[in-house]
Design a protein around this ligand. Structure first.
Ligand code: UDP
Length: 234
């Protein structure tokens, strides 16, 4: 597949057209941002690691019946994906209290949730991705009722598959963010699944192995991304 012009550049990825309109190439960058872009930096080799880590997760999910946009890895930083129309809802799945939930509800970080929590945010940089509920999503026609049901089911199933797999790697899946896309009336899991978009804690020590090391200036940021890749690929 031939790489054509860049059609989008985001905070962590560039997206290119190919000679086939049904497929796109995603190139993962080392740039890191947090707090709505107010904090910026570079995490050396993050692009390479997130590309490979996302590929491992997408392949695992496909094997377990979740349809994703992933087709194959093309190079260290590039993957081939199906072209989808991204649904502007960020789906957050939580198993343990952390980050914004801890602040919002006054619960200590690390408190296990009695059941999985799903949250929707309206994907809008301008508005800072405000949290919405199903009623907002329907009223704004971001997705249909059937699509929302399917997205919720796919997100919960994804959580179970990832949690079980990560447990075998001595990693706790605290929370994560998913994005979905449409193609020919089908919903596919899209975007990325990486330490940029998930919270991963070491099962034995609770050490953070994700972007919180960057957000909170905890040091050893690159090392954490490497460690996740090392465990997933071993
Ligand atoms: N997350 C993300 N992109 C966002 C917001 C959140 O990937 O724009 C991920 C984040 O890494 C964490 C989970 O979603 O794994 C829950 O994030 P939270 O709502 O606690 O927000 P945060 O405190 O990370 O900003």
């Amino acid at each position: 597949m031939e790489k054509r012009q860049m059609i989008y550049e985001g905070k962590a990825k560039k997206v290119y057209q190919t000679d086939n309109p049904d497929f796109l190439i995603i190139e993962y960058k080392d740039d890191a941002t947090a707090f709505d872009g107010k904090k910026r930096g570079v995490i050396m080799n993050k692009g390479i690691l997130n590309n490979k880590i996302s590929a491992i997760f997408f392949e695992l999910l496909e094997k377990n019946g979740i349809q994703t946009h992933f087709v194959k890895l093309l190079s260290e930083r590039e993957m081939l994906v199906r072209s989808v129309k991204i649904i502007p809802i960020e789906v957050i799945v939580r198993n343990i209290v952390a980050g914004s939930l801890s602040k919002r509800l006054g619960l200590n970080e690390g408190t296990p949730l009695k059941r999985t929590v799903l949250e929707f945010c309206y994907k809008s940089d301008e508005l800072g991705d405000p949290m919405i509920n199903n009623y907002h999503a329907l009223a704004m026609e971001l997705a249909s009722e059937e699509e929302i049901k399917e997205i919720e089911q796919m997100a919960l199933r994804t959580n179970e598959i990832l949690k079980d797999f990560l447990r075998t790697k001595n990693i706790v899946l605290v929370d994560f963010k998913l994005e979905f896309g449409r193609v020919d009336s089908q919903i596919l899991l899209a975007d990325e699944i990486s330490p940029d978009t998930c919270r991963f804690w070491d099962s034995s020590t609770n050490e953070k192995l994700d972007k919180d090391r960057f957000r909170r200036d905890l040091g050893k940021v690159e090392e954490a991304y490497w460690e996740i890749y090392r465990r997933l690929s071993s």
